[in-house]
Design a binder for this molecule. Structure first.
Ligand SMILES: [Zn+2]
Length: 255
C-alpha cells in the first residue's frame, strides 16, 4: 500500500474527512479497477465522478463516435469532438481532471468471447452504461459467469433506475429484473430523454460504485431505485430472484 502524497491528502480531503471514511478507504479507491461500458450520457457522468473521486484505473468501452445529438447529455464532449471516437475524447478530458488515474480504452462492442471474460475478471466492478436491453443482458451474463459485481442503470424519457448485482446467494440478477419489466427494447433514440436525467442516474451509479469499492454504508442486495423526474420522486423496490431465471437460478436448489 502506497502512502498518499500531501497533494493527494489535500485533494481528497473532503472525502477522507467523511465520518467512517478514511485514508484506508481512499486507498482502496486508488487501488480499484473499474470498467465502464458505454460512454454516453450515463458513462460520461460515471467516468467523470469516478476519476475525480480518485479511482485508480478506469477502462472505457464504447464502439461509437461523437455525434451532434450526443452533446446535450454527454458532458465530456464538445462541438469540435463530433466524428471522433468517444473513448479517445473521454480519456483526454478525464486525464485533464485527474492525471493520477490510469485510463484504458476499448473502441469495441462487448461480446461473449473468452477475451471479454478475461477483461471482466481483471475488474473490481463493471458499470453498465449502455442503453439497449440486449447489451444489458449480455453484460449481466458475463458478470454472472465471472462473478464480477455489476451496477446497471437505465435512463429514458423522464425516468431512470439503478440497481447493483453482487452475486450473493438468492440475490436477483439483471435478467430477473428485466423479467419483471417485460421485454421492452426501447431506447432513447425512439423515446427521447431529458439531458440532466442521465447526469442524475450516472451520478447514482458512481456513488454506488464508490460505496461498493470501499464497503461504505449499508449493503442493499436486490434493491431497485427508481427516479421519476416528471413527479420529482424516488422510489425503492425490493426485487426477488426469479426461481426460473435462466441466468442466476439454481436448477437443483436444496432450499
Ligand atoms: Zn436472475
Amino acid at each position: 500500500m502506497m502512502a498518499f502524497s500531501d497533494n493527494a491528502l489535500l485533494r481528497y480531503d473532503r472525502q477522507i474527512t467523511l465520518k467512517d471514511f478514511d485514508i484506508e478507504k481512499q486507498q482502496r479507491l486508488a487501488d480499484a479497477k473499474v470498467m465502464i461500458i458505454g460512454v454516453g450520457g450515463l458513462g460520461c457522468a460515471v467516468a467523470t465522478y469516478l476519476a475525480s473521486s480518485g479511482v485508480g484505473q478506469l477502462t472505457l468501452v464504447d464502439p461509437d463516435t461523437v455525434s451532434l445529438s450526443n452533446l446535450p447529455r454527454q458532458i465530456l464532449f464538445s462541438e469540435s469532438d463530433c466524428g471522433k471516437a468517444k473513448v479517445d475524447v473521454a480519456r483526454q478530458q478525464l486525464a485533464l481532471r485527474n492525471s493520477a488515474c490510469q485510463y484504458l480504452t476499448l473502441q469495441a462492442y462487448v461480446d461473449d468471447s473468452i477475451i471479454w471474460q478475461q477483461r471482466f475478471i481483471q475488474q473490481d466492478i463493471i458499470i453498465d452504461c449502455t442503453d439497449h436491453l440486449l447489451s444489458r443482458q449480455q453484460i449481466n451474463r458475463l458478470c454472472f459467469t465471472t462473478a464480477i459485481p455489476l451496477i446497471s442503470a437505465g435512463a429514458i424519457r423522464m425516468e431512470g433506475y439503478v440497481m447493483s448485482f453482487t452475486w450473493q446467494q438468492n440475490e436477483p440478477c439483471y435478467e430477473c429484473l428485466s423479467h419483471l419489466f417485460g421485454e421492452s427494447t426501447g431506447s432513447c433514440v425512439e423515446n427521447g430523454v431529458m439531458a440532466p436525467l442521465t447526469g442524475v442516474v450516472g451520478s447514482l451509479q458512481a456513488m454506488e460504485a464508490l460505496r461498493y469499492l470501499t464497503n461504505y454504508g449499508c449493503r442493499t442486495p436486490g434493491q431497485f431505485l427508481l427516479y421519476d423526474a416528471m413527479n420529482f420522486s424516488f422510489t425503492t423496490l425490493k426485487v426477488r430472484q426469479n426461481p426460473n431465471c435462466k441466468i442466476c437460478a439454481q436448477p437443483q436448489s436444496k432450499d
